[in-house]
Ligand binder design. Structure first.
Ligand code: SAM
Length: 332
């Protein structure tokens, strides 16, 4: 049975859900959260697996076909594999993806392959263990690297995500592009966004997507633009003869809003129809107050019909508090 097609008020098809299963994380990346004093949500504030299953089922009935599990670190939620299995069996969900820092992931790689997980986004900002520790405030490079090797061995498509940060990991850009010479992976460089959980620094963007590209071109003058898949957030490039490719994501410049097909559910069960909005619907409250499926769908539809045109418009409507948000709560 083919899925219904869901459109927003700007005529953009919506088919992709990014779901934060927890706000907890086993790293403390400085651009994402403060080192100490993080107030995690009490467990009862997170959606239960039953609630997630119900919500994804409703969204699938409306037109969502693709789900990404993220967080926080999704694997700190025990039984994540059970949730993946539940979601893969929901009618209408064609593919499920996971975004992870790789620390607790290795033991689950084979099972993910068997369950048909379509791809894994592995966050890795540097190839240098010392820099890794400085950026993440944890000494865990070896485990992430091991996970990368296992993903490649098991032929699960991998995207390596690196946030590009002035004075932190610029020296990693070229070695990471070099990785695509012999490995069939997609290395993606992401502009740093102002979601660090502190609100104290709203970074000036030193490394725009244009500057990242110029930097890559200085070492690989033959790098070529290749076609971007539909709804991609990255601009794709390849060095001729290399097996993998390179993506650059203008996450802060927000050049891709015109074709945005995604919605987010935060760790506390709020709907975001744009990464830069405040949260537009408290789905957890609706579910826990006994709303029927049809009522929930009606509220969801209302939100999809009132989506901001782009991230700039969403940000202009945002209340002050959310500048302090961390990507770990939002679901990166
Ligand atoms: N723990 C998982 C991981 O590390 O992949 C999933 C959650 S993490 C919040 C998802 C992605 O968001 C990571 O690739 C991370 O680098 C990115 N991210 C977090 N804060 C960011 C920021 N301020 N700017 C750009 N990307 C950010």
């Amino acid at each position: 049975m083919s899925s219904p097609v869901l459109f927003d008020n700007h005529g953009r098809p919506l088919n992709y859900l990014r779901l934060a299963v927890t706000d907890r994380c086993n790293l403390r990346c400085f651009y994402c959260m403060p080192e100490e004093g993080i107030k995690y949500l009490p467990k009862k504030e997170l959606l239960t697996f039953e609630e997630i299953e119900r919500l994804v089922t409703l969204l699938a009935q409306m037109g969502i076909t693709k789900v990404r599990l993220t967080g926080g670190e999704p694997f700190v939620r025990t039984d994540l594999m059970e949730l993946i299995s539940k979601i893969t069996s929901i009618n209408g969900i064609n593919d499920i993806h996971v975004t992870t820092n790789g620390i607790l992931t290795a033991p689950h790689v084979k099972e993910m392959k068997a369950m048909g997980v379509a791809s894994v986004n592995l966050s890795l900002d540097t190839l240098d263990p010392v820099r890794f520790r400085m950026i993440t405030r944890r000494d865990e490079f070896a485990r992430t690297w091991h996970t990368l090797r296992l993903l490649l061995e098991n032929e699960i498509p991998v995207k390596l995500n690196a946030v590009v940060m002035e004075n932190k990991n610029i020296d990693d850009i070229i070695p990471m592009v070099e990785l695509t010479r012999s490995q069939n992976i997609s290395v993606r460089f992401i502009e740093e966004m102002p979601f660090n959980g502190e609100g104290s620094h709203y970074p000036k963007l030193h490394w725009t997507y244009k500057r990242i590209l110029e930097h890559i071109r200085s070492a690989f003058p033959s790098v070529q633009k290749i076609p971007d898949p539909a709804n991609a957030t990255a601009y794709h490039y390849r060095v001729p003869g290399f097996k993998g490719d390179v993506g650059i994501i203008a996450a802060f410049s927000r050049t891709f809003c015109g074709s945005c097909n995604r919605i987010r559910i935060t760790a506390q069960g709020a709907l975001k129809t744009c990464l830069y909005d405040d949260g537009v619907l408290d789905i957890k409250k609706l579910m826990r107050s006994g709303s029927a499926d049809d009522e929930i769908k009606k509220e969801l539809l209302f939100a999809f019909n009132h989506r901001p045109k782009d991230g700039m418009e969403a940000e202009s409507h945002r209340s002050k508090k959310s500048v302090m948000e961390s990507m770990s709560t939002i679901g990166g």
